[in-house]
Ligand binder design. Structure first.
Ligand code: ASP
Ligand code: MG
Length: 415
């Protein structure tokens, strides 16, 4: 029989009634003989509610205190779920992070897991019990409670799966898998059967917010097969693993986009060694991530440098660029916050020539002007005017024939 770690997110345990339904699912699966470790999030909205309360007391509450507060959300759900399982005569035991124990560093509110003691969980599993664990939390060297950052229950689940060498880590959520793109932008988006860790990381960091990025990194590092699936309806979901034996079939697995970036251009810089460093160095020193970078030299011997940063860093980066530009006697500095980055992602692309040109052709056919281009082994990204987001994503979804498949279902209202 398999050992499976399951994680149920906030909406899946959002009401007492839903907790009962989750318990039904778990009890049924336990009856079939699988060993189960179940990680739960706080009931939906609870972490936000607690955070707000803290904010009413202190503008900058001590992070360690915030962690004690926020960890209570998950403590409520493990207790309620254990009771619901008891009611169904399914033996279970519940643990907070520190009781497991899940040991972390002491970076409160964004702690990293260092070590997990699996003995207690193993003993329960040997006795036939379901183990219920509070997500998102751990304990530091001094015995103080820590939390892992928003969405951290995904990471808890993956870490437990790695520690227990589980056969699979299943993330139950309100969508039935990972999609070729965001169904709100392209209603014909379809569920992927499989995707690789590398692709999922590109999709996640480019804006598909199905899974916490850290959880995907962790799963890749420890080779834990991850499955995303719906709590509300039966189905196979999407498997995320290293397996890529059907690379030949799909050139592109999905289309991601990111609306969080803004563009800065420094034009007419005297073309000398070191100018890119003079402009981007101070920005890096200010801890600002630069994403896409394009530089080119014009005939008159001057150079233009264009790059993108996150919206929240735009003002600071623009100011730093202006300062460097003045020192370098560049002609002008301009910015554009009205952009979007669209990326096609797929491990299959490096074995197929012409992927990028197919992308550019599809965008050209719609009259979409490309502002910047960047490529890596498994993706091609373009920066375009924000108003072209929907048109661009749909055109690419068509061009790469990602539309062939069932229409995305929505979670039933009455679940
Ligand atoms: N309850 C935490 C949050 O809302 C952790 C989680 O749900 O994964 O971010
Ligand atoms: Mg979540």
């Amino acid at each position: 029989m398999a050992l499976i770690v399951q994680k149920y997110g906030g909406t899946s345990v959002g009401t007492v009634e839903r907790i009962g339904r989750v318990a039904d699912k778990i009890a049924a699966q336990r009856k079939k003989g699988d060993d189960l470790v179940v990680v739960v999030s706080a009931m939906s909205g609870e972490t936000d509610r607690l955070t707000e309360m803290a904010g009413q007391i202190h503008d900058h509450p001590p992070a360690a205190d915030v962690d004690v507060l926020l960890s209570t959300g998950e403590q409520v759900t493990i207790a309620l779920l254990s009771m619901a399982l008891a009611k169904r005569e399914c033996p279970a035991r519940c643990y907070t992070g520190s009781q497991v124990p899940i040991r972390t560093d002491n970076a409160y509110s964004k702690a990293r897991i260092r070590e997990i003691g699996p003995e207690r969980m193993r003993a329960d599993l040997d006795e036939g019990r379901v183990v219920v664990v509070a997500g998102f939390q751990g304990v530091d060297e001094d015995g103080r409670i820590t939390t892992l950052g928003r969405g951290g229950s995904d990471t808890t689940a993956v870490a437990l799966a790695a520690a227990l060498k589980a056969d699979e880590c299943q993330i139950y959520t309100d969508v039935d898998g990972v999609y070729t793109t965001d169904p709100r932008v392209e209603p014909r988006a379809k569920r992927l059967e499989k995707i690789t860790f590398e692709e999922m990381l590109e999709m996640a960091s480019l804006g598909s917010k199905v899974l916490q990025i850290r959880a995907v990194e962790f799963a890749g590092k420890y080779n834990v097969p991850l499955r995303v699936l719906s709590t509300f309806e039966d189905g196979p979901g999407t498997l995320i693993s290293y397996e890529d034996d059907n690379v030949e079939e799909a050139v592109i697995s999905g289309i991601a986009f990111n609306k969080d970036e803004a563009q800065i251009t420094v034009a007419g810089i005297p073309d000398k060694p070191g100018v890119a460093y003079r402009i981007l160095g101070p920005i890096a020193d200010a801890n600002i991530e630069v994403d896409v970078i394009v530089q080119n030299v014009s005939k008159d011997g001057s150079t233009d440098l264009t790059f993108t940063v996150h919206h929240r860093d735009y003002d600071t980066a623009l100011e730093l660029a202006r300062k460097s530009a003045a020192e370098l006697e560049a002609r002008e500095v301009s910015g554009n916050t009205d952009i979007v980055k669209i990326s096609i992602v797929g491990v299959g692309m490096h074995s197929h020539a012409g992927v990028a040109s197919r992308m550019f052709e599809a965008l050209a056919n719609e009259g979409i002007n490309i502002l910047m281009i960047s490529t890596s082994e498994i993706k091609v990204s373009v920066v375009v005017q924000a108003r072209y987001l929907e048109l661009g994503v749909r055109a690419l979804h068509d061009a790469f024939e990602l539309n062939k498949g069932p229409v995305s279902p929505e979670a039933p209202e009455n679940w």
